[in-house]
Design a protein around this ligand. Structure first.
Ligand code: HEC
Length: 162
């Protein structure tokens, strides 16, 4: 190598980054907003159910009834029975009623409530659960509906094996 040859640069100049750093910041921000939005939507629409209150958790028939209710009925009737489940806005003529008020369209006697739950209401979206639920689940969810309406579940619902 002769001395009058130009000395090659120690390394090639760093190539210009293809990504504009300002654009990168916006993309980063966008992704944060997307993740936060997804999380918020999950909190709003996800089935996050608070733990059962003590009087329910401590009563086997009510806690069983609550499990059945949350699994089968809350989609229309709402977690607390107020008629505000995720499907409720799509149901009209008749709409999903509020199970926690004093108005019982099909009667307020425990046997009438039990009959509606078991047989349903013809011509409405309230189907009968007598074939789907086993008798203990049926009794438990009936007791739980009584509880949601602020009543004490009648003693006959507590008998099992019928
Ligand atoms: C697909 C939606 C839907 C589901 C699921 C559903 N219901 Fe209903 N339910 C209704 C609608 C609509 C009515 C109103 C019927 C009417 O007005 O005659 C109703 C009425 C009732 C009533 C009568 C209220 C009254 O005022 O007399 C009771 C009790 C009841 N449902 C309990 C339950 C229970 C317990 C379950 C779960 C095992 C359940 N429902 C599941 C839609 C639903």
């Amino acid at each position: 190598m002769s001395t009058d040859e130009p000395i090659p640069p120690a390394s090639a100049p760093a190539p210009e980054s293809a990504i504009d750093p300002r654009a990168a910041r916006w993309v980063g921000l966008f992704m944060i907003v997307l993740v936060a939005g997804g999380f918020a939507a999950f909190r709003m629409f996800g089935r996050s159910v608070p733990p059962a209150p003590a009087e329910v958790a401590g009563d086997p028939i009510l806690s069983r009834g609550r499990d059945v209710f949350l699994g089968r009925c809350a989609v229309c009737h709402g977690n607390e029975g107020r008629g505000d489940g995720p499907l409720a806005p799509t149901i009209a003529n008749p709409p999903v009623g509020n199970l926690t008020d004093d108005e019982w369209k099909h009667g307020d006697r425990p046997d009438q409530v039990a009959a509606v739950i078991a047989k349903g209401v013809a011509g409405t979206r309230m189907e009968g659960w007598g074939r789907t639920l086993d008798p203990d689940d049926l009794r438990a969810v009936t007791a739980y509906v009584d509880h949601l309406a602020g009543r004490t579940a009648p003693a006959e619902l507590r008998k099992s094996g019928r």
